[in-house]
Design a protein around this ligand. Structure first.
Ligand code: KIV
Length: 306
C-alpha cells in the first residue's frame, strides 16, 4: 500500500498560514504566536523520564484540538488509529488506512504550527501497514513522518521487535504498544485486561525488555494490571512507559481525547475520567488532565485500574 498524497502534502504544508486572510471560522490564530516553551524532542522526553517527571499524552485527530492541547501544555499528541471509531464511526481500528492516518497527521501538524507548536506528534501505524515486512513498515513510517509525525507507534511484541530495530536504526523514533492491542482485538477475543497471571505477565515483561533493547523509546501499556505496569516501568530505564488503564505507576499517561472530554454516548471505560466535568471549557479540561497526571492524582489505582 502506498500513500500517494506526498507531493500534494508538501505543497499544502509549505503554504504560509498568513498567506490567506484571517478566517471567521474555527478557533485558530492566523499565524504562529512566538513559542513560550521549548519544543519536545526525544532527548527532552528522555530527560523527563530520567528525572521522574510524568509525561502527558492525549490523542488528537484534527488541527483545532491539537492546537488546544498544545496550548494546554500536553506534551505528546497521539494521532491514534482510534480515529477509526472516534472520527470514522468504524466498529474497530482494523479498517483504518495509512492514507487516513496521514491525512489526520497532517491536520494535527498544521494545527500545531498555528499554536505553540511544541508538542511531540506520535503517528499510529494502522493495521496492515507494517505486518508484511520490515520494508513495508519503513515505507509506512516514512509516509507518517512526511505527514508531520515525529515518532511512529506500532502494536505488539515478539515479531515486531526486529521491525522496531529496523526503523530505529534508520533514524525513526518508535513507540511500541503492548497489553490490549486493539488491532488484534479479534485474536484477543475482546477488549480485555492483558498480562494477568504468571505466564502472561512473564511474556509481557520479556516482550517489553526486547522492545527496549531494539530501541523503542516509548511503550504504551494498555489495560494491564497496575502492579505489573509499575514494575515494568521501574525495569525499563531507557523506554518510557505510557499507560492507559495501567495504573499510576507508569512514566506517563495517555487518554483518548473524546473520552476524557466525556464525548461518548457508549459505556465509558473504567480507566477514563471526564475532565470536562467541573472545567469551564475544553482547554481548561486539558490543563486539568495535565496537572492531574503531573501531580499523580490521575489515575487512581483503585478507581481506574486493575
Ligand atoms: O489509537 C489510539 O488512540 C491508541 C491509544 C488508545 C493508546 O492506541
Amino acid at each position: 500500500m502506498r500513500y500517494k498524497a506526498g507531493l500534494e502534502t508538501k505543497a499544502r504544508t509549505m503554504t504560509h498560514p498568513t498567506a490567506a486572510p484571517a478566517s471567521p471560522y474555527g478557533t485558530l490564530p492566523p499565524a504562529s504566536p512566538v513559542a513560550t516553551r521549548r519544543p519536545l524532542s526525544l532527548p527532552r522526553l528522555a530527560e523527563m523520564h530520567a528525572r521522574g517527571e510524568k509525561i502527558t499524552m492525549l490523542t488528537a485527530y484534527d488541527a483545532t484540538f491539537a492546537a488546544m492541547a498544545d496550548a494546554a501544555g500536553v506534551e505528546c499528541l497521539l494521532v491514534g488509529d482510534s480515529l477509526g471509531m472516534v472520527c470514522q464511526g468504524l466498529p474497530s481500528t482494523v479498517a483504518v488506512s495509512l492514507e487516513t492516518m496521514c491525512y489526520h497527521t497532517e491536520s494535527v501538524a498544521r494545527g500545531l504550527r498555528r499554536a505553540q507548536g511544541t508538542a511531540w506528534i506520535v503517528g499510529d501505524m494502522p493495521f496492515g501497514s507494517y505486518q508484511e515486512s520490515r520494508e513495508q513498515a519503513l515505507k509506512s513510517a516514512v509516509a507518517l513522518l512526511q505527514a508531520g509525525a515525529h515518532m511512529v507507534k506500532l502494536e505488539g511484541g515478539g515479531w515486531t521487535t526486529e521491525t522496531v530495530r529496523f526503523l530505529v536504526e534508520r533514524g525513526i523514533p518508535v513507540c511500541a504498544h503492548l497489553g490490549l492491542t486493539p488491532q488484534t482485538v479479534h485474536a484477543l477475543g475482546g477488549y480485555r485486561v492483558q498480562g494477568r497471571g504468571d505466564e502472561a505477565s512473564a511474556l509481557l515483561r520479556q516482550q517489553a525488555l526486547a522492545l527496549q533493547d531494539a530501541g523503542a523509546a516509548m511503550l504504551v501499556l494498555e489495560m494491564v494490571p497496575a502492579a505489573l505496569a509499575a514494575s515494568l516501568t521501574a525495569e525499563l530505564v531507557h523506554c518510557a512507559t505510557i499507560g492507559i488503564g495501567a495504573g499510576k505507576g507508569t512514566a506517563g499517561q495517555v487518554l483518548v481525547l473524546h473520552d476524557m472530554l466525556g464525548i461518548n454516548l457508549g459505556k465509558m471505560p473504567k480507566f477514563v475520567h471526564n475532565f470536562l466535568q467541573g472545567a469551564p471549557g475544553v482547554r481548561e479540561a486539558m490543563e486539568a488532565y495535565v496537572q492531574a497526571v503531573k501531580v499523580g492524582s490521575f489515575p487512581d489505582d483503585q478507581q481506574h485500574a486493575w
